[in-house]
Design a protein around this ligand. Structure first.
Ligand code: SF4
Ligand code: SF4
Length: 349
């Protein structure tokens, strides 16, 4: 939570210019996170009903397939993006996932990996878990620097493997994969993975939850290849957190608040691919104008601009896909009756 008091003492030679008003960025960001989490819960419930309808041969409540579920199919979305880039054709299957990926990449490029900091439901849950840990134990833990750097590279290795698989796959092979039984029900397989979590899967999820309570953003920081991709997009971002050394009183609050463990108080601008644009550092800074989200030529970017940009890109890209008729995967019910009850029998071709 942003606070203005107690104000730390300024070091000799520097004067603390107090902020005139409390920072509201975190309330706004949390609103975005919770709204997007709620949207995903709704999508999950609707998709579950959709799957049950076809599993039971039409004897349970009918629900349409929510296209937003494709946001959870990052590999299929990357494959479709490749098809779009190579052929110029919009894919027939899982187009919503591709448009969501484009929206998330665009917002992460412009607003510093903001998909992770402002929207991602996994990031939101991670944040609540480490806050729970902080509240319970009075602190979170930071891994030793070498181990931290080593583990951080894991998500880039995973991303490299996925990118290699997609880039090296010819377009006809991608089409055959996505339009085959496995590709059609890959969303159902994903749901089934969580519905019928075995002992090993359960232990892995429990360990990740536990680690997230103790270490800030454990999953996002070390393992998430999707976040790694967003991080790469953010490297070309025109925006960055900027510290005005003449106004900074070197209190170090920003560094302590940064969930990505970036040394904000030691740097002039934050250019790291780990910065999620969450502005938690800005929120805790007691000195007016010392820490800002900044555009080229040192132009201050207020938080409402980030929020409007994130919302505008999400709604704009999804709206465009719907308006042009490239949002829904249209398949006959007959195919779903045939494939969904046997989803777990299809293996990766
Ligand atoms: S530097 Fe600031 S905006 Fe970037 S991740 Fe850290 S707290 Fe968030
Ligand atoms: S920029 Fe960081 S170190 Fe400087 S005053 Fe703000 S919180 Fe303190």
């Amino acid at each position: 939570m942003a606070t203005l008091a107690p104000a730390p003492a300024a070091p000799p030679g520097k004067k603390l210019l107090k902020r005139a008003a409390p920072d509201r960025s975190q309330a706004l960001r949390r609103g975005f996170q919770l709204a997007f989490l709620a949207l995903n819960v709704w999508i999950a419930a609707e998709f579950y009903l959709f799957v049950r309808y076809y599993e039971t041969g039409g004897r349970s409540v009918w629900a349409s397939r929510p296209p937003g579920v494709e946001g959870w199919l990052p590999i299929a979305s990357l494959m479709n993006l490749k098809v779009l880039l190579v052929t110029g054709q919009t894919p027939r299957l899982h187009p919503a996932g591709m448009f969501l990926l484009i929206a998330f990449l665009a917002m992460s490029w412009i607003f510093r990996k903001s998909f992770c900091g402002w929207l991602c439901p996994v990031g939101t849950i991670s944040e609540y878990l480490w806050r729970l840990g902080h509240r319970t134990f009075g602190r979170n833990f930071r891994l030793p620097r070498r181990l931290d750097i080593g583990l951080r590279s894991l998500k880039y290795i995973l991303l490299g493997l996925f990118l290699y698989a997609v880039v090296s796959m010819p377009v006809p092979a991608i089409r055959a994969f996505l339009e085959g039984p496995y590709g059609i029900v890959d969303d159902v397989k994903m749901l089934n993975f969580f519905r019928f979590l075995g002992l090993t899967g359960g232990i892995v999820v429990a360990l990740l939850v536990l680690a997230s309570v103790f270490v800030q953003n454990f999953w996002c920081r070390y393992l998430c290849p999707y976040g790694a991709l967003m991080g790469f997009a953010s490297l070309a971002s025109p925006l960055r957190i900027r510290r005005e050394t003449s106004l900074c009183i070197d209190c170090g609050k920003c560094t302590k608040a940064c969930p990505s463990a970036l040394p904000v108080d030691q740097l002039i601008t934050i250019q790291s691919a780990e910065c999620t644009g969450c502005m938690q550092c800005v929120a805790v800074c007691p000195a007016a104008g010392a820490l800002l989200m900044s555009a080229p030529r040192r132009k201050h970017v207020p938080v409402w601009v980030v929020a409007a940009g994130v919302a505008g890109l999400f709604l704009g890209v999804c709206g465009y896909a719907q308006w042009t008729g490239h949002w829904r995967t249209e398949l006959p019910s007959r195919l779903y009756f045939e494939l969904i009850p046997h989803a777990n029998e299809f293996t990766h071709p």
